[in-house]
Design a binder for this molecule. Structure first.
Ligand code: ISE
Length: 337
């Protein structure tokens, strides 16, 4: 008998939820989308009709649905934890968009519930771990040709903020990617964080601190410097350079071409993350489905989600001081070793 087809329910079909649902229904091998929920019922009905799925009335109904084997959580950040807890209670695997929760106590509750159940059900949507650019960067580092990493310079720029953006949200919603990918790249944890914010962009509304410089020091002493700028206006850009003892490695885009036209030469930039990380999202979903079909696990775990929230919350504390703030790291639970 072949591996089962995984029937997925998608909670939240905004920008990213719709992209996940389309990938699962059309591109990923071994999955289908059977149910969709969004607080905007018209939107849910539209996506459901397009994908041949059923639009349901609530996240609870979707999780309990007999034709849903696994759940994608792509709702607003503050709802992830409750929905992940409901999936764990129902024994259904989850691909949870980041963050696991903006608040540490909620991230802890999800991780504790998973540990109490004794099996890994949560995969975190840290798609950069599947991005061909980041994979090439990691392969180069792991090969040892540039020696031992000493410094990381990272750039993360968005065209404009989401409605209601705050400095805390910049950290828990977006810098959280940097927190995760750099601990994955270095195979290390963070010991402390420090934040500098200076002159705000004239586009930064209210008391949003933008841009931010986030400095992280790992337990092995590697320095990670992240520029996060959510009002960059000109395009979406993510870059990473690793300076090591024998050389350096830079990652700009996974793939790019330079084209010359109209008395100019250059390359175009995406407007947002789907343009830059589209392939990473597809590979992430394929990896998740393959793992479910073979009874294995892949990608970031609830522990990784918890750690990212812990460090993002330490960054929030660091916003109000010029000093470095220590990351109070707990012991890694045995389920994640
Ligand atoms: C945004 O909030 C996201 O969720 C995306 O994953 C990220 O790439 C982007 O830069 C964030 O601002």
């Amino acid at each position: 008998m072949g591996s089962p087809l995984i029937r997925v329910g998608v909670i939240g079909v905004g920008n990213i939820g719709t992209a996940h649902a389309e990938n699962l229904a059309r591109t990923v091998a071994g999955s289908t989308v059977t149910a969709v929920y969004d607080y905007d019922a018209t939107r849910a009905a539209h996506v459901a009709r397009d994908l041949g799925a059923e639009a349901v009335d609530s996240a609870e109904a979707l999780i309990a649905h007999p034709d849903v084997d696994a759940v994608v959580i792509a709702s607003p950040d503050g709802m992830h934890a409750e929905q992940a807890l409901a999936c764990i209670a129902a024994g259904k695997p989850v691909l949870c968009e980041k963050p696991l929760a903006p608040e540490l106590d909620n991230a802890q509750r999800v991780m504790d519930a998973e540990i109490a159940g004794g099996r890994r059900l949560i995969t975190m949507g840290f798609m950069r771990r599947f991005d061909p650019g980041y994979l090439a960067l990691k392969a180069e580092l792991d090969s040892g040709v540039v020696g031992d990493p000493l410094l990381l310079h990272c750039v993360h720029r968005n065209v404009s903020p989401a409605p209601g953006q705050t400095s805390a949200k910049s950290l828990t919603n977006a810098v959280v990617h940097e927190i995760d990918i750099n601990r994955w790249l270095l195979d290390d944890e963070y010991a402390s964080v420090q934040i500098m914010s200076g002159k705000p962009s004239r586009h930064a509304e209210g008391d949003l601190r933008d841009p931010l410089l986030v400095f992280l020091r790992t337990t092995r002493g590697v320095l990670v410097e992240v520029e996060f700028f959510v009002n960059a206006r000109y395009g979406y850009e993510v870059r990473c350079e690793v300076v090591a003892t024998e050389g350096s490695v830079q990652m700009t885009d996974a793939v790019h071409i330079t084209s010359a036209r109209e008395l100019a030469i250059g390359r175009s930039l995406p407007e947002q993350w789907l343009g830059r990380f589209g392939e990473a999202y597809r590979l992430e979903m394929q990896g998740w489905i393959d793992a479910l079909r073979t009874g294995t696990v892949t990608g970031a775990s609830a522990w990784d989600g918890y750690m990212a929230t812990l460090v993002a919350n330490t960054c929030i504390q660091a916003l109000d001081t010029d000093a470095a703030v220590a990351v109070e790291m707990p012991e890694r639970p045995s389920l994640y070793r």
